[in-house]
Each structure stands twice: as C-alpha cells, then as structure tokens.
Design a protein around this ligand. Structure first.
Ligand SMILES: Cc1cc2nc3c(=O)[nH]c(=O)nc-3n(C[C@H](O)[C@H](O)[C@H](O)COP(=O)(O)OP(=O)(O)OC[C@H]3O[C@@H](n4cnc5c(N)ncnc54)[C@H](O)[C@@H]3O)c2cc1C
Length: 417
C-alpha cells in the first residue's frame, strides 16, 4: 500500500490551484484532483470570463511568482465610478488617492488558470490527478480515503488532510456532512465583452439598477468586460435575443458614460446565489473558495476572498510544520481550527458587505423597507462609508493576517493617513 498524501486538494479551479502553488515550499506531498482534463479546450464563453483582482491579490500572485505570467493580459483599474439609476449621486475612488498605481486589475480567467497550471506542472511535490471526479470519502483515525472516478474506472486515494476546493456545489462539503445556508438571488450574471465608443481610460464602472448591478470593467485598451446581473428569466432572454436587441438593452442600462457600447464577444449567463458553509473545517478536512462561501459578483470579492483563505492555509500549514517537525500532522484538529478562527472575521465581513450592497440597491431582493427608503445612496456618500468601500474594493484593509503581505499593509496605512 502506498503512503498517504499529506494533502489532497479536490478541485483544480482558481482556489484549489492557488493553494497547491502556495504550498510549493512546504515539502508536503500533495495530490490535486480535478474533474476536468487540464488540457481540455476552453470554449468561447469561458474565454470571455474575467476576474477583477484587488491590488492585494496582485501582491499575492507576485509573492507566488505568478504575476509575471498574468501581467501582459491584465488591465489596470485606475479608478472606480459607482452610480445608481434614477439618482444623481455617485461615488468615485481613484488609486492616486491611495498613492497606488491601480486599485486592482482585470485578468481573463483563462490567463490565471493557465499560469497556475503551468506552475503546477513544474512542482515535483504536486501530483495532478485529472480528469478524476471525487465521489465520496471515508474518514479513519489517521487518514481519509477518497473514492475517485475517471470515466469507467475508479480508484481510492489516502490522505492525511482533504481540502474541498470543488466549487459552489461542493461534493466534498456534502460528503463531510457540512450543511450550507443557500440564498438564491434569483438573478443570473450575464458575461460578455463590449467595445465602448470612447476610451475607458482605466476607469471601472458599477451601476446599480433596480434589477441588479451592471459592471463595465477595463479589459484591453479598446474593450471592456461586462458583468450584468438581472432576474434569471430576463438573463435567459437577453442571452437568446439578437445582438442588436442586446446592444440596445445594455446601452439603455449603462447610459452614455463611454459613448455607445458595441457588442464584441459571446454572451453567457451564470445563476447567482449566496452559499455559506456552516463551518470551514471537519475531521481532517477544510473547505476553501466557493466550496466554503460563494458570493454575488457585485463587489468582485469572491476570488479575492478565496485566495486569502488559500494563502493563509498554506502559511499555517508551512509554519506549523516548521514548528512541530517530524511530529507534524497536517490534519491535526488544532491546526485547522486555528486557521478557520483566523479567517472567520474576514469571511463574515466580506460576505455581509457583498450581500448588503446587493440587497440595498436591488428593488427586487427583500430588504427592510425603511432602510431602503431612507436615502441610502446619500449614506454611501458619507466619507466613512466611502473610505470603507474603497478599502474593501482593493482588499487592502483585510491583509493584516497575511504575513507576506504585511509590508504592503504598512505602506497602505502610511499612504492613507
Ligand atoms: C459572473 C461572475 C463574476 C465574478 N467576478 C469576480 C471578480 O471580478 N472578482 C472576484 O474576486 N471574484 C469574482 N467571481 C467569483 C469567482 O469566480 C469565484 O470566487 C472563484 O472562481 C471560485 O473559485 P473556486 O476554485 O473556489 O471554484 P470553481 O472556479 O468553481 O472551481 C471548482 C473546481 O472544482 C472542480 N470540481 C468540481 N467538482 C469536482 C469533483 N467532484 N471532483 C473533482 N473536481 C471537481 C471543477 O471542475 C472546478 O475546476 C465571479 C463569479 C461569477 C459567477
């Protein structure tokens, strides 16, 4: 019988692959199990997907030595413009106010995943097992046995710690018996690419409409990524309608801040719900990324939060291994509980903030009536709230528990005083 892996990460998406890369120097043996083939061709809808990375996330990719492979495809967000349909107010935040070159960057998902997978291929301590689907698990005293399936064949794999990084509908979470609070927003996000008549100049726009938020983000010098949340039935209709009709609708929703928007990519719709796992750890197991918390994309925080979980877990495991030496057990309950306790405040803050702004600005999602009625957009212009929004959108305020990013946090504190 072969020795168990120290860690088995189930899910080779952005969160799982980032964790495996962050464990590069730990010396721990790692299996990364992914249901899809790593060399499977990417379809056009996936190619249109982008992620807005906070400045802090870029710093983390820099630390991992991965930013170089992403930088050429990254579009800097130099300022942010937030508005609400039917109201004159707006909030603007500029990177220069913080002495930074950018608030964040918009990077195609394919670029990130290709950079992560290229790195994984170089790491001798990571065995990539793909395509292989996690099916079930049995926990023993010292190990967990995973049941995997690849086509007609199945196999087992033993590990001392299993990490569920298998997305919103996590099979690992279910197999561990961890429940989840699911709030269906009854919205879907339409993703596409548009070409504005006027140059975006690095400005990202978020427009809150009664149906849901519309984000227009810099993607290349000439194009923008559009992420438009609308009720699911409307999303389906908008994906199926003719290009001219869709172009008319998105222009009507966004207005003319960038002149006329021309459709320049395929359209895809992603159903949106908030899924919060009841707990992040179980016996010899932990959840990261969407498996632990799937959020509405309105505040562009899902992956930014996930990479903080992943890097904090890698840091905890590496540090504890150095402290405990040969006696180190990566599945030790106190190590996992320590990580979960440390991450909980950030997870709660970001999940509540994101859900709060979605409900605040959407007429169709329940919120206490008197709260919405009380001139809330005015409230968002209050200096304290505005500064808080700016800090969260950059992910800087939440870096204090990331040892390797501590110097950046120090720099930010000095600049904002
Ligand atoms: C429209 C939209 C826009 C977004 N924009 C942003 C943004 O701008 N900024 C931001 O920070 N976040 C954003 N997010 C959130 C972000 O995309 C997610 O937080 C992030 O992708 C989560 O990554 P993950 O690895 O946890 O999950 P996933 O990306 O879902 O990856 C899970 C992986 O697990 C694999 N898998 C699933 N089941 C199994 C199994 N049984 N066995 C083996 N493998 C399995 C899957 O194949 C997949 O590769 C957005 C989300 C949406 C929907």
């Amino acid at each position: 019988m072969s020795a168990p892996y120290d860690i088995a990460v189930v899910g080779g998406g952005l969160a799982g692959a980032s964790l495996a890369c962050a464990l590069a120097d730990s010396g721990l043996s790692i299996a990364l199990i992914e249901a899809a083939a790593f060399d499977a061709p990417t379809d056009d809808n996936m190619r249109a997907r982008t992620t807005a990375l906070a400045w802090g996330t870029r710093a983390m990719f820099d630390d991992l030595g991965l930013w170089g492979a992403m930088a050429d495809d990254a579009a800097a967000i130099t300022d942010l413009h937030v508005s609400q349909a039917g109201h004159f107010g707006r909030v603007t935040v500029a990177a220069s106010e913080y002495g930074l070159p950018a608030l964040g960057y918009v990077v195609p998902n394919v670029t990130m995943i290709e950079a992560l997978r290229a790195r994984l291929a170089e790491l001798h301590h990571v065995d990539v097992i793909a395509p292989a689907r996690f099916e079930s698990l049995v926990t023993n005293d010292g190990t967990v046995t995973l049941q995997l399936a690849a086509g007609e064949t199945s196999r087992t794999l033993d590990t001392r710690l299993v990490i569920g990084a298998d997305g919103t509908h996590s099979a690992v979470r279910r197999a561990l018996g961890i429940g989840a609070q699911v709030d269906d927003y009854e919205q879907s996000a339409i993703i596409t690419i548009v070409e504005p008549e006027r140059a975006h100049g690095g400005r990202a726009y978020e427009r809150f409409l009664p149906d849901g938020p519309l984000a227009i983000l810099p993607r290349t010098p000439d194009t923008c990524a559009a992420v438009w949340a609308v009720p699911t039935a409307r999303a389906q209709a908008l994906c199926e309608t003719a290009d001219e009709r869709f172009t008319h609708e998105i222009n009507a929703a966004f207005g003319h801040r960038l002149g006329r928007l021309r459709l320049a990519g395929p359209r895809g719709a992603y159903p949106l719900s908030r899924v919060l796992a009841d707990r992040a750890v179980a016996h010899r197991a932990a959840l990261i990324g969407n498996a632990g918390h799937a959020l509405h994309p309105a505040a562009a925080q899902g992956f930014n939060l996930s990479i903080r979980d992943a890097l904090a877990l890698a840091a905890t495991l590496t540090e504890q291994q150095q402290l405990r030496g040969a006696a180190f057990d990566p599945g030790a309950a106190d190590v996992l509980a320590g990580w979960a306790d440390k991450r909980r405040p950030d997870q709660h803050r970001v999940a509540n903030f994101t859900d709060g702004i979605v409900r605040l600005f959407s007429n169709r999602i329940p919120l206490l009536g008197h709260v919405r009625g009380a001139g809330l957009f005015g409230l968002s212009l209050a200096p304290g709230v505005r500064a808080d929004m700016a800090r969260r959108s950059m992910g800087l305020a939440l870096l204090e528990d990331m040892p390797r990013a501590a110097s950046l946090q120090g720099a930010q504190s000095r600049q904002t005083r």
